[in-house]
Design a binder for this molecule. Structure first.
Ligand code: NAD
Ligand code: ZN
Length: 249
């Protein structure tokens, strides 16, 4: 870990009046939920192009539910890791206004953050794409695949490829990106659109960009100001302690 860059990042955070974070699957890998790239994870058996599109769900919801059930079990068994908890602490200290997450795993909230925008929805409710009914997941717990009162198979309220972003998340994220002074980008390959427009909107409006990832992304050499290479679960807590030291908290 590069201590100088950690200190510089913490200084940016302390001096910024308005900061947000954009997170992706990488921040939850240390909680045991694989990202799209993991070699032996869920996604090596269920190609996202084949299993995470809305047309695939419409055609064969039983097939897609095999993947959804495994994902659901992983998510239900997962605990927030030090990266989620660290962002929650930054929010409580007043150094982080919002987290925009592409994840559907609820781990930011479990880690103590309150201002979380779920760009790709949340897996805690299920909807019927045929009749529009919605159910809390607990109500259908144990049913596999869960069915609507109308008889059709339900879909979790997460955004599949080919589905629109929830309107509030889209508008709010755009406003935040356009007005933030600092953007922390954590554990995302930033290839999924339109979430990947957030970094460039922030940059165009003059935000400083701090990126945390195990490996470089297409953002690293183009818009990132500080690149912190490594595990989010190690880097975020290191930044938080440095923020506390600088701010005297
Ligand atoms: P991605 O899989 O495309 O990229 C993950 C990124 O995280 C990679 O750049 C990888 O290098 C990095 N990474 C992996 N482990 C890390 C760690 N410990 N610390 C820091 N960085 C790490 O994920 P994406 O960009 O989020 O896009 C995939 C889409 O699928 C998104 O919508 C995503 O949220 C969704 N998805 C969600 C979950 C979840 O809710 N936890 C899991 C898988 C996929
Ligand atoms: Zn229905």
């Amino acid at each position: 870990m590069d201590n100088e860059l950690i200190t510089k990042s913490a200084q940016y955070i302390v001096s910024s009046k308005n900061s947000i974070a954009l997170t992706g699957a990488g921040i939850s890998v240390e909680s045991g939920i694989p990202d799209f790239r993991s070699k032996d994870g869920l996604w090596s058996r269920y190609a996202p192009e084949e299993y995470a599109t809305i047309s695939a769900f419409r055609e064969n919801p039983e097939k897609i539910w095999k993947m959804l059930k495994e994902m659901e079990e992983l998510v239900l068994g997962a605990e927030p890791n030090p990266a989620h908890i660290g962002l929650g602490e930054l929010e409580k200290m007043g150094y982080l206004n919002y987290i925009i997450t592409q994840n559907i795993d609820n781990l930011h909230q479990a880690g103590g953050a309150q201002n979380v925008i779920e760009y790709h929805g949340n897996s805690s409710t299920l909807s019927c794409i045929w009749c529009g009914n919605r159910y809390p997941v607990e109500e259908k717990g144990g049913e596999y695949p869960p069915k609507c009162g109308c008889g059709k198979i339900l879909k979790p309220d997460v955004v599949f490829f080919g589905e629109p972003i929830p309107p509030y998340a889209l508008t709010k994220s755009f406003q935040l990106a356009a007005s933030t002074e600092l953007l922390l980008i954590i554990g995302t390959s930033a290839v999924v659109s339109p979430a990947n427009t957030i970094p460039s909107i922030a940059k165009q409006n003059g935000a400083k960009i701090i990126e945390i990832n195990m490996e470089e992304t297409h953002l690293t050499s183009t818009i990132t100001d500080i690149f912190l290479k490594g595990k989010a679960g190690e880097i975020v807590p290191a930044i938080v302690s440095e923020v506390k030291r600088i701010a005297g908290k």
